[in-house]
Structure formats: structure tokens, C-alpha cells
Design a protein around this ligand. Sequence first.
Ligand code: NAD
Length: 439
Amino acid sequence: MNNPNLEQPADTVARLRATFRSGRTKSVDWRTTQLRRLREMLTDNGTALAEALHKDLSKSSTEAFRTEIDATIGEIDHMLDHLDEWLRPAPVPVPEYLGDATAWTQYDPLGVVLVIAPWNFPAQLLLTPVVGALAAGNAVVAKPSELAPATSAVLAHLLPKYVDTDAVAVVEGGIPETTALLAERFDHILCTGNAAVGRIVMTAAARHLTPVTLELGGKSPAFVDRDTDPADVAARLARGKFLNAGQTCVAPDYVLTDAETARALEPALAQAIEKLYGSEPATSPEYGRIVNERHFDRLSALVDSGRIVTGGDRDRSAKYIAPTVLADVDPQAPVMQEEIFGPVLPIVTVADLDEAINFINDRDKPLALYAFTESAATRRRLAAETSSGGLGFGLPVVHVTVSDLPFGGVGESGMGNYHGRYSLETFSHRKAVLDKPLS
Ligand code: NAD
């Protein structure tokens, strides 16, 4: 068996391209076999993967299964259920002057795809794009994140045992390895990471005119209306925010609300956190840790950005930062200048909905916008007057689990999208075909 990490990137890509050119990845049978094998990999090795995720991020087994392993299995099942139907050529009407001609669109695989994954959901965010790329009939180079080394190693070990190694290669490594890969010509690149990496990937892709899907991040606001029940909203917010210790691209980054609602939310959030993780979150098996010291130090510096309502405790040696809520946060404070990507939730006050909408629109378009309100008119205004990758009313984060919704950002939070049939569209060329009979 080839070991892609001992192979030069050019050789890996050439080997995969030869497989693609052979035509074997195009058959629906090959595609579904790969998806079934990936599914088997996850069901056979769920525990090993969960252990690796615990090593990298102290994810609890429940969380590892729910957000990484079972989430990917769900995506595979959705794809297997619909692939035949989605791949059917779609007829389109032709103008009258073309007589008995017919026309249709069909999905063509692109060739060799590169998937670059981040560390925060290191299994799911590598495998879900791979599922899409294989379903679309491509060969794939999968590059896990070096910042989640245990998960990267398990995936590099397992994938070749289950999928066609002439069509799927795992290349482990960090910046040098990714830079070397990016020098090669791919037919599509999907990269999940921060916007600086997105710019590097897009620049490298431009040399080969390779299309890119960039799944980036940003500050996702959560607007809380005064007509809501603080305890209920706090419980929903806390669950979404402190999942994976806040290291979730679609986590609510900050709360936007009026001063009176903020006062009611403060104790409600403290109670919601206690309900989730107990009075000592450091001892809760359900609460994760920060990925590394660099991110710990970055987050630690943000805790002083406001009045601490709850949390604030931290322990560098354990990479532990308690679930923290900050109130009276100035929009100019450090915590409001960058994506937090950790367990710190600032509350910023605005006078009313108009000011909230302006606040959102004055900043980069977020990956997600959340709103908690009983008012249909407010929901309509937020939907119509703001732009974000996704919009969640009443519950944060979970819109990404709906396979029939596209997942992706807009503006600074990314370009393109995937999941379900949107993955098929992303990793295929929709070819226009016209057929005019000769006789
Ligand atoms: P990361 O450091 O793991 O980097 C992402 C990938 O880019 C890795 O595979 C890494 O090896 C590679 N990389 C890093 N620097 C590079 C360079 N200079 N040249 C080439 N490749 C390079 O992860 P990260 O960027 O810290 O991830 C966190 C960011 O990702 C956050 O902004 C978060 O919001 C975003 N994110 C987005 C999504 C989404 O689906 N939209 C999901 C998760 C995370």
C-alpha cells in the first residue's frame, strides 16, 4: 500500500489523478461502496475516534459521538438515501426553434479534490467534505489539522483500511505540508479554517484557477428580544455556546440585547451553566478544554474585557477556562475585536432592534446569526435586513445538522457551501447538454 506521507505531493496527486482518469470513481457503485466503507470505519472504530477526540480536546464521549461520529454517519446516510435521485440528469425545456432537440443538466465529477480541515471538530470537518467529494465521484486528498494530532493520526491510520487508497489519500502535517500540497493543481479545494488561511488557500488556488469553498468563521451574534423568557433563552444559549468549550465556528459569539433584558439574562446564564456543568465545571466530564496554550493565552487575555458575571477561572496547565459570561462589554473592548472561539460570552447592550441591526451590519457578515424573539415581525426584519451564512431562530448551532440546508458563510465568513445535495453541487460540474437528433 502507498504511504502518502512518504510520497511527494506531486506524486500523490498524479496517482489519484490516474485513478480518476481510469473512470472508476465515476460509477455510482464505486461511490456508494466508498460511502458504505466510510460508514463502517466509523461504526467499527467509534471508540478509538472518541478516545482521540478526548486526547485532543477533552471532548466527552457523548459529545464526540453526537457532534463528530454520528453527525458524519448521518451525512453519509442522507447521501446514500438520495444520491441516485440527485444524480439523475435534469431535463430542461428548449426553445421552439430547436424543434425535436432535448436538453438537460448532469453532474460531472471534477477530478482530484483537496480537503483541508481544522482542529475544532477534527473528524467531522474532515470527513463530511470527503463524503461529498466521493459521492460526487472524485478522488480526494484529505489534510487533517496538525493541532488535533491524535485524531489526525487515527484518521490517517483508518481511512486507508476502509476506502480505495488509489482514490483517497490522507496527508498529515501542518503549514509546510499544506503549502506543498497547495502548489499542486487540484480541481477543487474545500478549506475550513480562519480567514487568514482562507486567503492563503485562495491565493494558491488562483495560480491554477482552482475553484475554492472556504468555510471560515467570525463573530456570530445572538440577538435576544425583551419579550423572551430569560431562563429558557439562557439554557439554549449556554448549550450552544459552551459546547466544545466554545470552540465551535457557529457558536454564538456574543449576545446583543437591551439593558433590561441583559440584567435578567445575567443570573439566568449563570444558572444555565451550573445546570449544564455543575458548580465546578473543571470537574465536569462534559466540559472540554482549550486546544493549546496559544489559544489559552489568547482567550485568557479576553476575560478582562468586561464585568465577570460568572466564570473567569482558568488553569493554564490544564488548558481550562471556565464557562464565562461578561456584562457591560464595550463594543471597542478586545473581546469584541476578534472571533472569540472559546468559552467567553460577552453581553453587549443596544437600545432596540434598529440599533441591533445596525450593529450587525456595521461588522463583517457572520457565519451565523441567532435571534430569540416571539415577534414574527422581528424575525422577518432580521431575515430581510441582515446577511449571514445561516440564520437560527430560537436555537443556536443546530441548523448545521439539517442535511437539507446548505452550510457555508458569506463575505468574510466564507464562500460556497456544502452538506447533502449542496456537497454534490460543490464537488461537481453541472454540465449543460443539448441533443439534437441527426435524423
Ligand atoms: P487550523 O489552525 O487547524 O487551520 C486550518 C487548516 O489550515 C489546518 O489544516 C492547517 O494545517 C491549515 N493551515 C494553517 N495555517 C496554514 C498556512 N499558513 N498555510 C497553509 N495551510 C495552513 O484551524 P483554525 O484556522 O484555527 O480554525 C479555526 C477557524 O476555523 C475559526 O475561525 C473557525 O470559526 C473556523 N471554522 C469554520 C468552520 C466552518 O465550517 N465554517 C468550522 C470550524 C472552524
